[in-house]
Design a protein around this ligand. Sequence first.
Ligand code: NAD
Length: 349
Amino acid sequence: MKHKIAIVGFGGMAEWHYQEIQTMDNLDIAGIWDIREERREYAREKGLHVYKGLEDLLADPETDLVLIATPNDVHKPVAVAAMEAGKNVISEKPITLSSGDLQEMWDASVRTGRFLTVHQNRRWDEDFLTVKKILEEGKLGELFRLESRVHGSRGIPGDWRQEKEHGGGMILDWGVHLLDQILLLSGNVSLRRVYATKTHVTNQLVDDGFRAELEFENGVSVLVEVGTSNFVSLPRWYVLGANGTAIIQDWELHGKIVRASGVDEKDVAPVITAAGLTKTMAPRRDDSIFTEELPRVESDVRDFYKNVMAVLEGREESLIRLPEVMRVMKLMEAIEKSADAGEVVAFEP
Ligand code: NAD
């Protein structure tokens, strides 16, 4: 069955969707609406239909699916209007700015019987799926620490992302992806406590980076960090289990796993440093560890769209569930609260 999608907001990310949709057999673009004439003109040049306005788009009987790719503060009003008009909705991330707003959108979805989802495309990132696989295979022994970072050095792009009223800041921008990934990895384990700090290196109005320490009920601690003034990037993932460590340096999946071989190393010779000696920090003897390549994981982000269409046809459940989206939204609020108060915040019982 062929579906047609109408796009509200035809900026940078909508262009990415446009490219993806070109490669799909059973999905077409019905048309777009953007408040800026230059973007409407750009869409016309691509041969796309341009609606006269949002109302015109929502009245189109050719489509029952609307993608919202506007700045973050516009997601909620457009989503609610679209569902009221009988359309199903994919919102770009973050779905909206607060858990209260999300509840209103969720209520609208229940009231209208329309499907509401969010484009959590980074669930298909291969670095994330590699970590997931390493943990599922139990390669590292009992997990006790996970660190997930993204670092750039250009500050926040010079657009609405710099402004609070549009839902700017890195917690909502990158945090929403990284936190969603961590909560997926943790499954049903309660997240007990959150401690966070924010940075304002290049921007005072919104956070241009943050660090969140998350403490789970099973003793696993997680660091999530986003930085935009980091001229040297720390690894994308650092995963520590009782019997091994995995490191993923970057999105190109450079990295390795190092595991204990089981050889007893009690008689380790101390290493002599400039001003002392240490056995504790002495490097491992070669026979006591072995190094493995990272497992290979393949993914296709178009599975997001395939799932949305299968949901609309009643063939599948949504891969992205609103309770998960709400959990992430509440976690972002807890991070804000902790950073503003300088205190640890209790999250789940
Ligand atoms: P952008 O500024 O490039 O594009 C936004 C577009 O929306 C602009 O063309 C603007 O004119 C238009 N717009 C603003 N208000 C509108 C309104 N009321 N009605 C119609 N059009 C309106 O921003 P972007 O980088 O494309 O980001 C858009 C959304 O996509 C954001 O929510 C962002 O968080 C998300 N995004 C997601 C990813 C991802 O990987 N999932 C990546 C980048 C951006």
